[in-house]
Design a binder for this molecule. Structure first.
Ligand code: ZN
Length: 192
């Protein structure tokens, strides 16, 4: 059975704040996890009108391995291809620190403004076990920082401190509406 959006774990699941394990040998089990991640992301994507499922970390389907999948063309909802990164690591953070909106499939319906570097360099293994490196900027740089955070047990809301304008919810019409900062900070579902 293919994985679906219902296999994506959400807060307050404590696994989301645990560090994932490095992948040793890339076995069929690891290849299956990567495919399950892609299936779950596409299932989630198909259920959302105003959002695109751009990436996922393995912990989000409750497989605590250092694996992330990133959509190759997230501007096109029709392009369903992904790149798999095994044991991804940021080797350099560069450029400016910029604030922008982020959401997460494991933090339903909450968006937040998070500061991230505008450029990153990432080293990783491919599904074939071969090492490769990528440089990314802009939104893709943000995606790598967000997803590699997941492999370290960090959720994007953990970066938000003392910013009254930081939290938003997505309304039915696809627009963002500001949430009360103190109410979000006190929500036990998010911070257990
Ligand atoms: Zn996320």
């Amino acid at each position: 059975m293919a994985y679906t959006k219902d296999d994506i774990i959400t807060l307050p699941n404590p696994h989301l704040r645990q560090k994932s394990t490095r992948v040793g040998i890339i076995t069929d089990k690891i290849r299956d996890i990567a495919q399950n991640m892609i299936d779950a992301t596409l299932s989630w994507d198909a259920s959302r009108d105003h959002e695109v499922g751009v990436a996922l970390a393995a912990v989000q389907i409750d497989s605590l391995y250092r694996i992330i999948v990133v959509r190759n063309n997230y501007d096109d909802k029709e392009d369903k291809s992904f790149t798999v990164f095994i044991n991804p690591e940021i080797t350099k953070l560069e450029g400016d620190v910029l604030e922008d909106y982020e959401g997460c499939l494991s933090v339903p319906n909450i968006y937040g403004k998070v500061k991230r570097y505008s450029k990153v360099r990432v080293k990783s293994l491919g599904l074939d076990g071969k090492p490769f490196r990528v440089s990314a900027e802009g939104f893709l740089a943000r995606i790598f920082q967000h997803e590699i955070d997941h492999t370290n047990g960090i959720v994007f809301i953990d970066h938000i401190k003392d910013d009254a304008d930081a939290f938003y919810k997505l309304k039915q019409d696809g627009k963002l509406a500001k949430l009360d900062y103190d109410a979000v900070k006190k929500d036990p579902i998010l911070w257990q």
